[in-house]
Design a protein around this ligand. Structure first.
Ligand code: NAD
Length: 494
């Protein structure tokens, strides 16, 4: 592991002005007048403050969204016009990509190469849904009653006012993944970014107004989960919540949604397995398995945190990954060569280091890493454990840090039980040169996504989501927009 120092940079212009929330097309403070700190995870220092939105602010934002929805300024705008505006917003994202990258780095800490690619992909995804505005349609159905003929068809209609709650680990992408299909469906939205990373959400709000999205159609309320998030989830005039975050909070949202039976999409946590078979091309498998866990310092929902290696290759693969871990550049996320940034917060830093200690205490073999380097910021070395077993906390629980547990397996027969040994079902990786092994393993693993001879990522044309306690529903593809639509059946007696 090579450490480089974090550079001191002037703050972007966007954060040098007072930061406000976007409600009904206006930039406003919290009703309470309170603010909360925004911290740079590379230094641990506060550099800005945002309004501490809570129930009263959520209520104003929901009312604004409802007014806009009922007025139909967006919901009933022509599909072509909506498409144009969303496309214009995508163009604005592209024009401002340097600012978006900079904001995301000081807010979230992700290395520049990684965040630039993530933002580019998110913009592509935005355009995917912009184009869908003009492709939504119902169907006609050939029904006939015994005594009369009918013309029967379906209408697709926006679900209404939606709450979009996102986490901190890829803030711009997570927000776009929800805003684009929600608005393309014709909904009005209240976006609640994570308290740790509010900046790009506010910047999206600014560009949305510039693109011509009418006031009230996209509102952005900053604030923490217990106050603003819970108020949004409980609000009786919200028709749907689309949530990305932890499984623990996802379960709370199920209760919150019960009040008015609002629709719910949940993209939750994971503890994803990666299988390396003896016949894999190790020049592909070793670096990909390393990237599966160390990318974004392990703060990815589908991080490949459980590595199962067929027993003859165990030592070689573990040594190869440990070697990569030792050489990874950690430090200044503005440096294009940096591969590892800081974790998001002091709390996350302590949690991850606590898991490492628990692994050592439970008898796992620490192959490499395991420490926080000296100095500022919430950095943790890329860490590899061997001799881990299914009973250990580090193998069962989502750590959300750069911590890999390596374990041997015998053959294909072991795969389903090992893969499905946790309550999660988000991602899985298979490295093999045998096509039957690949297909059979893909079939038997109970997850929402499987990658073969590759790991991670989601194309917008494909559904993304989790089985079991990794979530409900899918983002991406036609399913991602259907989650924001209702279908109405219309019968006309002829
Ligand atoms: P979190 O659940 O603590 O917070 C996520 C969001 O929910 C934040 O905006 C937070 O303010 C809000 N929130 C917190 N408590 C709330 C409540 N009671 N009611 C309503 N909203 C509330 O998650 P996190 O720590 O920010 O993010 C990490 C988690 O997100 C990990 O578990 C990770 O796996 C998951 N994640 C999943 C995906 C996916 O697509 N499946 C993607 C990224 C992250």
């Amino acid at each position: 592991m090579i450490a480089v120092t974090s550079s001191e940079r002037p703050l972007p212009a966007f954060v040098q002005q007072p930061l406000k929330m976007l409600i009904d097309g206006q930039w406003v403070d919290a009703v309470s007048g309170k603010t909360s700190p925004v911290e740079n995870p590379a230094t641990g220092k506060e550099f800005a403050r945002v309004p501490a939105g809570a129930a009263a602010d959520i209520d104003l934002a929901v009312q604004a969204a409802r007014r806009a929805f009922e007025k139909g300024t967006w919901a009933r705008m022509s599909a072509v016009q909506k498409e144009r505006i969303l496309w214009r917003l995508s163009d604005l994202f592209e024009q401002h990509i340097d600012e978006l990258v900079e904001l995301e780095i000081i807010d979230n800490g992700m290395p520049i190469s990684l965040i630039t690619r993530a933002i580019e992909r998110a913009i592509d995804g935005f355009r995917y849904y912009a184009g869908m505005c003009t492709k939504l349609h119902g169907v006609t159905s050939e029904i006939s009653g015994q005594r009369a003929d009918f013309h029967a068809y379906t209408l697709v209609e926006p679900v209404g006012v939606v709450g979009l709650i996102v986490p901190w680990n890829s803030p711009f992408s997570a927000a776009c993944n929800k805003i684009a299909p929600a608005l393309a469906a014709g909904c009005s939205a209240v976006l609640k970014p994570a308290e740790q990373t509010p900046l790009t959400a506010l910047f999206i709000g600014r560009l949305a107004l510039e693109a011509g999205i009418p006031p009230g159609v996209l509102n952005v309320v900053t604030g923490n989960g217990q106050d603003a998030g819970a108020a949004l989830a409980n609000h009786p005039d919200v028709n749907k919540i689309s949530f990305t975050g932890s499984t623990e909070v996802g379960k709370q949202l199920v209760h919150a949604a019960a009040g008015n039976l609002k629709r719910l999409t949940l993209e939750l946590g994971g503890k994803s397995p990666v299988f390396v078979f003896d016949d894999a091309d190790m020049d592909i498998a070793i670096p990909r398995a390393a990237a599966a866990i160390f990318s974004n310092s392990g703060q990815i929902c589908y991080a490949g945190s459980r590595l199962y290696i067929q027993k003859n290759s165990f030592d070689k693969v573990v040594a190869g990954i440990a070697d990569i871990a030792k050489k990874m550049r950690m430090g200044d996320s503005f440096d294009k060569k940096t591969e590892l940034g800081p974790l998001i917060s002091k709390r996350q830093h302590e949690t991850v280091l606590g898991y490492i200690e628990s692994g050592i205490a439970e008898g796992a073999e620490l192959v490499t890493g395991g420490h926080a380097p000296q100095g500022d910021g919430y950095y943790v070395e890329p860490t590899v454990f061997a001799n881990t077993g299914n009973a250990m906390r580090i193998v069962n629980e989502e750590i959300f840090g750069p911590v890999l547990c390596a374990m041997p397996f015998n053959d294909l027969k072991d795969v389903p039980a090992l893969a499905n040994a946790t309550p999660y079902g988000l991602g899985a990786g298979i490295f093999t040169s045998n096509i039957s092994t690949a297909h059979l393993a893909a079939k038997r693993i109970n997850t929402g996504n499987v990658w073969v001879n590759f790991y991670g990522g989601a194309d917008k044309s494909m559904p993304f989501g989790g089985t079991r306690q990794s979530g409900w529903g899918r983002e991406g593809s036609i399913e991602g927009i259907e989650a924001f639509l209702e279908k109405k059946a219309v019968y006309i007696r002829l």
